[in-house]
Design a protein around this ligand. Sequence first.
Ligand code: FDA
Length: 455
Amino acid sequence: WATSAHIHENFLQCLSHQVPNSNSFSKVIFTPHNSSYASILQSFIRNLRFTTPVTPKPLVIVTPLQEAHIQAAIYCAKEHGMNFRVRSGGHDYEGLSYVSYEVPFVIVDLVHFQSITIDVENSTAWVQVGATIGQLYYRIAEKSKTLGFSAGVCPTVGVGGHFSGGGYGMMSRKYGIAADNIIDARLIDVNGRIHDRKSMGEDLFWAIRGGGGASFGVILAWHIKLVPVPKIVTVFTVNRTLEQNATKLVHRWQYASFVSLFLGGVDTLVPLMQESFPELGLVRDDCIEMSWIDSILYFADLSGEPLDVLLNRNPSVADYYFKGKSDYATEPISEEGLDRIWKELIAAPIETFEFLFSPFGGRIKKGSSAFNRHMTWIRRFYNFMAPFVSMSPRSAYLNYRDLDLGVNNKGNTSYAQASIWGLKYFGVNFERLAHVKTMVDPGNFFKNEQSIPIL
Ligand code: FDA
């Protein structure tokens, strides 16, 4: 602890040299002695699992107002051996943007980097990483009724973590994930240098679009390509119980290619569905025509709210405790397999869980504080799912981070050891990511429990 206090002091002194104006220093740097430390830390914690008294806390939180403040935080953390975490929207499933199991650590919280500039003429936008996807959707819709962006469903998700880890949502089948639609980025590297796509080079630009930003630097902003949307889209939600043949439908859905956001009107959709997926029995009454931006509210369960609810960074439902897992089914699951899964779910010894099939990946998340019982169940159910999903290696979606897959050692971790979890998230891309990491951060400064190792 004495060492940690010492590091803390030196780190603060270093920052005060780097951020000399005392007025801005007090607005940028927060230690546990400041009255607003707790509320700043708490403001973007989206998983109550990481709010307990034993959750490791940062020695310092930096909320930069300028790029120079981020450069200062990197420089001082490197000089004084502080672990470094960067937070944009705070939605990390395992809290890695604000919890470090290697202490002492500093959080750089990019809450003040929220500017969004829409260029309708070129169908592009610059968005700073501290903005949420809700804010981005709102600003697009403010300027155009026929442009949208393909990213996640929950409006409070941050653009920093989300785009760098993939980012899929209702339009991903048609337009790919968020990372597919990034055309440039600004990033600060381990030496404090600011890069764009050209100066960072194509390898690093590739790595931060799916490999997670946290291993490579601090991303400041993304330049994105907006996608065309018609003035009218159609949404539907069809609920079916097991008695209403849910097994057959889910089985069929795995073969059929349909999404419940249709980029067009109901007159086109209904005959299309009758032809390609008649078993669902979709009728006009199930469908609602609306603008693309209203469909964002619909899928976020915010229908009827004014549009500017998208600018709200706090979730409309209270935060909850959860543990998530994901996998990819590489073959359609058989009806018999689905029956077994339903039985397992019905017998689940816990009250709340969510089991989600997405056009890629599956997600199970839970709420409730009966913690150990839930954690034990979700791990057992994950093992139960093994015959139905990917294998050799079993795979997972980075943005649904899961530390059960394996974690880095304190200090450095060998490539072989990190492969245990790395191959699950990245498959054959893991090796290339490790090459990029070795090239851009050979000292392994940007490190967390599942950061890419150096070779
Ligand atoms: P957060 O700030 O926690 O960052 C996540 C990771 O990225 C951390 O490792 C962090 O250090 C790093 N990071 C953040 N900003 C960075 C920066 N500027 N530079 C470098 N590294 C940075 N996913 C999806 O694809 N579709 C969806 O619909 C949803 N919906 C959803 C709903 C809810 C309620 C949750 C909790 C999560 C999702 N997700 C999701 C998952 C989400 O995409 C994932 O958690 C993202 O990483 C969140 O990004 P944030 O910036 O909010 O997280």
